[in-house]
Write a protein that binds this ligand. Structure first.
Ligand code: FEO
Length: 403
């Protein structure tokens, strides 16, 4: 794949990782692979914006060579230290040893603790400018979006934002632009990315969006460090981020459970029937067989969570326990939940689930429902009614549900 000009004399020089299936130490499944986007700005001075995962160093170097000898690079802007964007930096710098590395103060510390290189580093902060000749690059610190050193780079002449991880998607494609790909898949991958990575940072996301809006800068193109470049619909992804960051929800319920011998699964299906018959949409996941990343994507805009587990050793089962621990860290807000499960002799799962749900700051809107062993006909009806009661709570909650 060749370098691709995205604006006059500004090139995508990244790499497509078709086969990666796990990210962040297996916390994120990437069924559609990903890309590591780096960009080269050719002006009187030449700037490389970010690099790629170390496994793709050769591809990055080859693409840059199509445009200029590497020793001509004057600046390497490091928006983010994480290895998927800085991993090729040590090798690239061997080929352009005179290049200056630019980033925030925390970026320098982070780079040093990753690579221990003695590089020519220049600190930049919000509002600083780098004059390349015909174009200027300006910098906007974005701490904790999603690392302390994270930064955005903006080119006012092209109205082009390089926000690194923000607005990205783990989506490997031969196409590079938003108008060239399936819109549903694109937004679904963007939502999955937000839900699994940025959701706990929503307050900061909102603040940053407001800050950018107050700056009144024009945005014609957003070129993130993963996935597709937004050239036709840059406002679409900003609006989506704003909605996710406000924890706005849709008219749907995520039912997530783990079952030992099928009784809790039977309860889940009866509860689902009650919710569906009340006019709400559901998605049902036995977490043992479900992709956690996909489940979180579904929970990102679901108003209601129904969580269940069989009891084992006076506790919930271990897969749902791990899942709830992950969910707690994502800090969902503005949700209602209910809890259910089957037990044999002494219970315990329900109480343990309630504890985690409360710790996550999610309101439990009904007394939990438990059934001994396998639900009989009467208990199945109770499950169905439980689903109906939960749907009623969701509908009467102060926050409007949207389609
Ligand atoms: Fe894509 Fe935070 O690295």
């Amino acid at each position: 794949m060749c370098a691709l000009e995205i604006k006059k004399d500004i090139y995508w020089v990244g790499a497509v990782d078709w086969n990666v299936r796990n990210f962040h130490g297996h916390t994120y499944t990437t069924k559609r692979g990903t890309t590591y986007n780096a960009y080269l700005v050719k002006d009187e001075k030449i700037a490389l914006i970010d690099t790629v995962h170390p496994a793709f160093t050769g591809e990055l170097i080859e693409k840059i060579k199509q445009l200029t000898p590497l020793e001509n690079i004057d600046y390497i802007i490091t928006n983010h230290v994480e290895v998927d964007h800085s991993g090729a930096l040590p090798e690239v710098l061997k080929l352009c040893p005179m290049a200056k590395v630019l980033g925030t103060k925390k970026c320098k510390e982070g780079l040093y603790k990753h690579y221990y290189g003695n590089w020519d580093f220049q600190f930049v902060k919000t509002g600083d400018e780098l004059n390349l000749g015909k174009r200027v690059l300006t910098f906007l610190e974005a701490p904790m979006l999603h690392w302390p050193e994270s930064m955005f780079t903006y080119c006012p002449q092209e109205e082009l934002l390089f926000p690194n991880d923000a607005f990205g998607q783990h989506y490997a494609t031969s196409e590079r632009f938003d108008d060239e790909v399936d819109q549903f898949v694109l937004m679904d991958e963007a939502a999955k990315y937000y839900g699994n990575i940025l959701w706990p940072l929503s307050a900061m996301v909102l603040k940053k969006i407001e800050e950018v809006q107050k700056m009144n800068i024009a945005l014609r193109m957003i070129a993130p460090s993963h996935g597709i470049i937004w050239r036709s619909f840059p406002t679409k992804i900003i609006e989506a981020y704003s909605s996710w960051a406000k924890n706005e929800t849709k008219n749907k319920v995520a039912i997530v459970y783990e079952t030992m011998w099928g009784a809790t699964g039977k309860m889940a299906r009866m509860i689902a029937e009650g919710i569906i018959d009340s006019g709400l949409n559901i998605k049902l996941f036995d977490i043992t067989f479900s992709d956690r990343t996909e489940v979180i994507r579904e929970m990102l805009d679901s108003k209601g969570y129904v969580i269940g587990s069989s009891t084992h050793d006076n506790d919930m089962l271990t897969t749902i326990a791990g899942f709830l621990q992950f969910l707690k860290g994502l800090k969902p807000k503005n949700r209602l939940a209910c809890v259910f499960g089957s037990y044999g002799w002494a219970g315990g799962a329900i109480q343990e689930i309630e504890k985690v749900i409360k710790e996550a700051g999610i309101e439990i809107s009904l007394p939990s429902l438990s059934v001994q062993y396998i639900p009989n006909e009467q208990e199945s009806v109770r499950c169905y009614e439980f689903g109906k009661d939960f749907a009623k709570k969701l509908k009467s909650d102060g926050n409007e549900l949207t389609q």
